[in-house]
Design a binder for this molecule. Structure first.
Ligand code: ADP
Ligand code: MG
Length: 343
């Protein structure tokens, strides 16, 4: 059984291989890197310049603070308190309200492919506890009754859930955190940094020499390989894949951690990896999860209608769909047949 931790470590190694080529000696290019384990994943923050250390340390404190608000396992977190108090308005911090509000916007925009209320179903499958099992159909039907993002309502500084409904922000919290860290970098005068939150990459500026950062997209069928590299600056690159957290059931089938909110089963539509590239980390995180759930045709249609994102969608049919804007992409492997998403 593989876990997110192993996969995140591999992603980290891959990205480190790509990124480690750029260290400078002078003060301006001085590199400061910190590895952190938080939000159930390995994170690396690498920043350049004389303010790098101050900024990275502040970023680490911010990660710890945000985790304490968003964690579903920490009983004192805002999310746990909201979940425990269905039917009542629960007062929360501004960041919690901001993230839930933004996530709900993407739930609506993706017609419920993203749905932050799938949490009771995820737990039933064991993805939150590690006690994996295939639930019976009747149980899934019961739990589906409790889900639906319209059962979440926001007040001025409160959140109200229907009784029995529970939420989880695992689909977007790392992206949100990436945005906050990028802001901390900029506020501290760091204009060159690369933030890797367990595969959620956030690039601040360019490399110190002015060239773009290179970010590898992992082969979903082979965790040691990358299928292409993207050259990026000032943006987020976020991937959702079926290889990140999964178990093999007694029936020999693979079941992964991204749930189709319409069925209550892991989204199994041929998409095995969806990467989204765009200005905002929370947008890329929410939409990479949503594109994974939508399946190839809907995901391509969504990309055509949303020019604010670029995407790389890989299917079990050995196809790789890439939006036209990604001219800087260089394919490393020809294992997947490339098609352009034109718009
Ligand atoms: P990762 O956290 O592995 O980087 P994602 O960003 O795609 O991957 O988020 C997956 C997480 O989102 C799951 O672990 C679960 O907590 C939650 N989740 C699963 N399915 C959905 C869904 N359809 N909508 C919203 N959240 C989901
Ligand atoms: Mg996501």
């Amino acid at each position: 059984m593989k876990t997110k931790k192993i996969s995140s470590a591999l992603i980290l190694m891959l990205t480190m291989l790509i990124f480690c080529s750029c260290t400078g000696n002078n003060e301006e290019n001085k590199e400061y890197t910190k590895d952190i384990f938080a939000m159930d994943t390995f994170m690396t923050i690498k920043a350049y310049g004389d303010k790098a250390e101050i900024a990275v340390d502040e970023a680490e404190r911010e990660i710890v603070r945000l985790e304490s608000l968003f964690s579903v396992t920490d009983k004192k977190s805002d999310i746990s308190r909201i979940n425990k108090n269905g039917g009542q308005f629960v007062k929360v911090e501004e960041d919690t309200l901001d993230l839930i509000g933004t996530a709900l916007d993407y739930c609506r925009e993706t017609d419920g492919a993203l749905d932050i209320t799938v949490y009771p179903i995820l737990r039933e499958w064991g993805f939150t506890t590690g006690e994996y099992k295939i639930p019976d159909n009747e149980r899934i039907r019961e739990l589906l009754e409790l889900t639906g993002y319209r059962k979440v309502r926001l007040g001025e500084n409160t959140v109200l859930l229907d009784d029995g409904t529970e939420i989880d922000l695992g689909s977007a919290a790392k992206g949100y955190t990436g945005d906050r860290i990028a802001e901390i970098m900029q506020k501290n005068g760091v204009d060159s940094a690369l933030i890797n939150l367990g595969g959620n990459v956030q690039a601040v500026g360019t490399k110190p020499d002015g060239s773009k950062w290179k970010v590898g997209i992992q082969d979903p069928e082979n965790s040691g390989e990358i299928v292409c590299t993207l050259s990026v600056s000032d943006c987020a690159v976020v991937t959702s894949g079926n290889y990140e957290r999964y178990f093999v059931g007694a029936d020999g089938k693979k079941y992964w951690h991204i749930i189709d909110p319409k069925t209550g089963y892991p989204a199994d539509n041929g998409v095995i990896s969806a990467s989204v590239i765009g200005k905002s980390g929370v947008m890329c995180d929410a939409l990479s999860t949503a594109l994974f759930v939508m399946g190839t045709e809907k995901a391509i249609a969504f990309c055509k209608a949303h020019r604010e994102i670029d995407a790389v969608i890989i299917t079990s049919g050995k196809k790789m769909y890439v939006t036209e804007g990604l001219e800087d992409m260089s394919a490393v492997s020809d294992k997947y047949e490339l098609s352009l998403i034109k718009r």
